[in-house]
Design a protein around this ligand. Sequence first.
Ligand SMILES: Cc1cc2nc3c(=O)[nH]c(=O)nc-3n(C[C@H](O)[C@H](O)[C@H](O)COP(=O)(O)O)c2cc1C
Length: 188
Amino acid sequence: MSDGKGINVLAICGSLRAGSYNGAALRTAIELKPPGMAIETADIASFPLYNEDVRAQGFPPPVERFREQIAAADALLFVTPEYNYTISGVLKNAIDWASRPPDQPFAGKPVAMMGAGAGMAGTARAQYDLRKCCVFLDMHPLNKPEVLIGQAHTKFDADGRYTDEVGRGLIRDMLVALEQWTRQIGRK
Ligand SMILES: Cc1cc2nc3c(=O)[nH]c(=O)nc-3n(C[C@H](O)[C@H](O)[C@H](O)COP(=O)(O)O)c2cc1C
């Protein structure tokens, strides 16, 4: 846990590619976060595919680190692409790894989510599936505002800057709401 002042958020991005719109959206969130909020980004790129036989030997070191980061965070921020109407395998794999016992670290965590996708729905379907994972893992997802970045290829400039002013305002509002939500449910 953090030191009793600001909110310490762990961000988890479900796209690994260098030019990812979701990665760019996460950088936007870091740019627009309220004063006192810290956002750290988890590195899930090196996780092996989930295998219960491997887990039985112990969590791989990057997974162990991820589990520790989740446990230490006041809140989580998922940034999800939409793959075939659901979350990416990369993100699901990370959630699956971290979710295994003992001491399932997601339980009780306040969560916000956002996503950028090529389609008009802006990852709405993926985010709805992600909410199902949150229910099973006993997380507390923020309901609103939703941040759904549709037709992402038209919303970021060549430097990866999110240029939609309405959307930027939604990200700002969502992070303020996450901070309030985190305090409201007593994590902070
Ligand atoms: C395997 C795959 C499935 C996809 N399925 C969807 C989809 O269901 N809905 C959608 O809006 N975009 C879909 N797309 C397009 C993604 O939205 C687009 O590639 C987006 O840029 C991925 O996020 P990223 O830029 O953060 O990597 C898909 C892309 C891939 C690679």
